[in-house]
Design a protein around this ligand. Structure first.
Ligand code: NDP
Length: 310
């Protein structure tokens, strides 16, 4: 049977995805038309991104599943017109990119690189950093991406702890959960990495009170979602010196508006949502495998739990 797979990612990405998707679906043993212009009533699967053309799933009467290209699903999870299973993207390329971003920015803060990179007065002030084994890194969100980052940082001998909803077992990583776990992980976090999804339970998680639970001089790296942090509370914590520096990749409004105080704050580094990107070649394999599973009546990989919001 010929399946109809609608590509409803960002239109500008169609050229990147057309060949990998077509090839991967064919390699999975399926016959499919993969296109951007299939009439809604004929569509079996939607390859979806929130910045694509589909916001209302109602006309897709025979739709079997929505296969997300993004890891974060907060923009679609509460869409009342979505009545079929949805999967999110877990992709080897996405994971590798995030590990590189987080490791790079952790090493920048750990080694105090800024003092040498920006040194207009040519000051000769040696400051020897501790070894990684004496540096505590905390990762909020020990899922696909957080765990991959935790493993790499632990291999570099950082003291790594992670916080998640349910307890986890990750070699050389201390796993914490629950309210007490959050207090404990924040209390020792010299470098804090946010890799939580944005849900009702995580929005503004890092408010003034919780920022206050960090040790003085903590550094924050947020490639998770902007709304995990209360913006004003972060600015106050930076201005008081309680938080020393922050690297922010994600924002409540993107692009970050011109004139937003984050742009000009000397202790904030803004990166333009580049921490990691779904890679068409590897992502297409995940999409194809999920179509194969759906057709075989098997459980989908990386299904979104709509009640939990991620
Ligand atoms: P996962 O769903 O695999 O992991 C999410 C983690 O957060 C899990 O460990 C989960 O706990 C934990 N979590 C969720 N809710 C809570 C809660 N209420 N309390 C405590 N822990 C919680 O997601 P990924 O690792 O794949 O992605 C994480 C996020 O990274 C995405 O949602 C997205 O926002 C962001 N992202 C950003 C990118 C960028 O370029 N900046 C690129 C890709 C993703 P448990 O394990 O118990 O379920």
């Amino acid at each position: 049977m010929m399946l109809n797979v609608l590509f409803a990612g960002a239109p500008a990405r169609w050229d990147d995805y057309r060949r990998p998707l077509t090839d991967a679906i064919s390699a999975a043993g399926l016959k499919a038309r993969v296109a951007t212009d299939i009439p809604p009533g004929e569509v079996d699967y939607i390859v979806y991104a929130p910045n694509g053309p589909v916001q209302d799933f109602t006309p897709y009467a025979r739709l079997r599943a929505v296969l997300g290209l993004w890891a974060g699903v907060e923009k679609v999870v509460n869409n009342p017109t979505l009545r079929v299973p949805m999967t999110r993207m877990v992709d080897a390329g996405l994971r590798a990119g995030m590990v590189e971003y987080v490791t790079g920015h952790v090493l920048r803060y750990h080694l105090g690189m800024d003092a040498q990179i920006v040194n207009p007065d040519h000051a000769w002030t040696p400051a020897i950093p501790p070894l990684a084994r004496d540096r505590q890194v905390a990762i909020l969100g020990l899922g696909e991406l957080g765990t991959a980052c935790a493993r790499t940082l632990a291999r570099l001998e950082f003291r790594v702890s992670g916080w998640s909803r349910r307890p986890k077992t990750v070699p050389a990583v201390t796993s914490l959960h629950g309210d007490q776990g959050l207090r404990d992980i924040l209390a020792t976090a010299e470098i804090l990495v946010l890799l939580l999804p944005l849900t009702a339970a995580t929005e503004n998680l890092l408010d003034a009170r919780r920022l206050g639970q960090l040790p003085r001089g903590a550094r924050i790296i947020n490639p998770g979602r902007g709304a995990l942090i209360d913006d004003d509370a972060l600015l106050r914590a930076l201005d008081s010196g309680h938080v020393a520096q922050a690297t922010l990749d994600v924002f409540r409004q993107e692009p970050l508006p011109p004139g937003h105080p984050f742009w000009s704050h000397p202790q904030i580094t803004v990166t333009p949502h580049v921490a990691s990107e779904t890679r068409p070649e590897t992502a297409a394999l995940v999409i194809a495998e999920n179509i194969r599973r759906a057709e075989a009546g098997e459980e989908l990989l990386y299904a979104v739990d709509r009640a939990e919001g991620y």
